[in-house]
Structure formats: structure tokens, C-alpha cells
Design a binder for this molecule. Structure first.
Ligand code: FES
Ligand code: FES
Length: 158
């Protein structure tokens, strides 16, 4: 079947299998391999992307369901994503990095949808994203720092 999917602001028209998952479409059809596959049980969140601004696990969405929708991935050049990435680096919000694209995309969703995300809100919204390395404290610190930067409380060049 033909699908027309906008990914990071660019339109892609592709002839695909109707059963193809969105994560496979991104990775195998578009070579956008920043979106990871960390499980086969829909638990880990490594595959998180935004679909029309809502976070979704792209391993649970068919590419056909994304037809005529807008997808944002870790490869997006949105300046807010750059701020989040920088904050994860500064706060050591990653070790092996496998979960990181999903964590960053979920953080993007949190910051797009909350003016004032406190620690409880952050924890609640990250509960679909698993990390096998960090113990989460550094990830939560990274989200908080990104939030402060986005709100202008910290100079983004720091
Ligand atoms: S790959 Fe683990 S939730 Fe999608
Ligand atoms: S940094 Fe290794 S799984 Fe999260």
C-alpha cells in the first residue's frame, strides 16, 4: 500500500507492506536509525517518537496508521531537542545510550505539554521508558535541567 508520511518536516511517499511497523518504516525505509528497538513486548520505550505531537511507541503503531500524519524523531532539527540533548550530556543522563533516543523524545513531549513539570510529573511521564544502566536519577536531573533551560532560567550556551 502507498503511504504518505511527514517525518521531521519532510514528506515521504512509500509503497510498503500493510503490516509494517512505524519503527521499521523509520529505520529500514528511511534509514533513520536513531529510533531504537529495545524489546519485543512494548515495554522499553526506546522506540518513542511523536505522532502529531503525542508520544507513541513506534513499535506499537503500524506505518499505515501514520499515513497522512506528522512524525517527529530524534533526528529532528527542532532547537528544543538540541537543548534537551545538551542537558542529557551535561547531567550524564546516559551510560550505554540505548534508551536515550526514547528518553529524549519523551522529554520533548513532557516539555511541549507542561509549563511546570515537577519531579513527580516527570517520573510519571517517564514510566513507559526503561533504562538498564543509570538508575534514573541522572535522567530526571537531565529533564529538569532541560526544563530550566527551555524556560530561560539557564543560559542555553552553558
Ligand atoms: S521497542 Fe520496546 S517499547 Fe518499542
Ligand atoms: S543508558 Fe543504557 S539503557 Fe539507558
Amino acid at each position: 500500500m502507498m503511504v504518505n508520511i511527514n517525518v521531521n518536516g519532510r514528506e515521504y511517499k512509500k509503497d510498503i507492506e500493510p503490516r509494517m511497523l512505524l519503527v521499521s518504516f523509520l529505520r529500514d525505509e528511511l534509514n533513520l536509525t536513531g529510533t531504537h528497538i529495545g524489546c519485543d513486548t512494548s515495554n522499553c520505550g526506546a522506540c518513542t517518537v511523536l505522532m502529531d505531537g503525542k508520544s507513541v511507541k513506534s513499535c506499537t503503531v503500524l506505518a499505515a496508521q501514520a499515513n497522512n500524519h506528522e512524525i517527529t524523531t530524534i533526528e529532528s532539527s527542532d532547537p528544543k531537542l538540541d537543548v534537551i540533548k545538551q542537558s542529557f550530556v551535561e547531567e550524564n543522563g546516559l551510560q550505554c545510550g540505548f534508551c536515550t533516543p526514547g528518553m529524549i523524545m519523551q522529554t520533548f513531549y513532557i516539555l511541549e505539554n507542561s509549563e511546570d513539570a515537577d519531579e513527580e510529573y516527570i517520573k510519571k511521564n517517564l514510566r513507559g521508558n526503561l533504562c538498564r544502566c543509570t538508575g534514573y536519577k541522572s535522567i530526571i536531573d537531565s529533564v529538569k535541567k532541560a526544563e530550566e533551560k527551555v524556560k530561560g532560567e539557564i543560559n542555553v550556551s552553558k
